[in-house]
Design a binder for this molecule. Structure first.
Ligand SMILES: [Zn+2]
Length: 171
């Protein structure tokens, strides 16, 4: 804000009719610029003094001090708002960062588990394929039938043998 802009806003400032952003810029300029501060002081003393007289209020002893207090108060409250805004942003950023780290760790875990599973599968195939492949993966419909027949024939044989042996003993 230039001195010309600041000085054009002095009366609006005194009347509390600047919006928030304008007031903040105005006060920042007043804080740095002795000329504009002096100008504001003159207008303030005049306008505020006349207002107090018009309303039959007891005239403030030190209008300059009153103005300084007002500027200090308003600057402080806008600074507090800024701090609050900053800390809100900080909290949000920490939240986002935490979430990103969690997501990344999760992602690494998934990768790791995937790798482990693949290694296990490979190991499993490597170590157990000779042992299990025949039993698990070769369809054994035929061998079952054969083995059942074999078992029965063995039993029949042995039963037949026993009968034979029995008969032979009887003779
Ligand atoms: Zn100035």
């Amino acid at each position: 804000m230039t001195c010309l802009e600041a000085q054009s806003k002095i009366i609006a400032y005194i009347d509390y009719s600047l919006d928030k952003d304008d007031r903040k810029e105005f006060l920042n300029h007043i804080n740095r610029c002795a000329d504009c501060k002096e100008e504001l002081n003159i207008y303030y003393t005049m306008i505020e003094g006349m207002r107090q007289m018009d309303n039959n209020l007891p005239l403030s002893v030190d209008l300059t001090k009153q103005l300084d207090n007002r500027i200090y108060r308003e600057l402080k409250s806008s600074r507090q708002r800024k701090d609050f805004f900053r800390s809100s942003i900080l909290i949000v950023m920490i939240g986002v960062l935490g979430f990103a780290i969690l997501a990344y760790v999760n992602f690494l875990n998934i990768l790791h588990m995937d790798e482990q599973n693949r290694m296990k599968e490979n190991q499993g195939e490597y170590y157990f394929s000779e042992f299990f492949d025949e039993r698990l993966f070769v369809p054994s419909e035929e061998t079952k039938v054969i083995s059942i027949n074999l078992d029965e024939s063995v039993q029949q044989d042995s039963f037949y043998d026993k009968v034979k042996q029995h008969n032979m003993l009887k003779k």
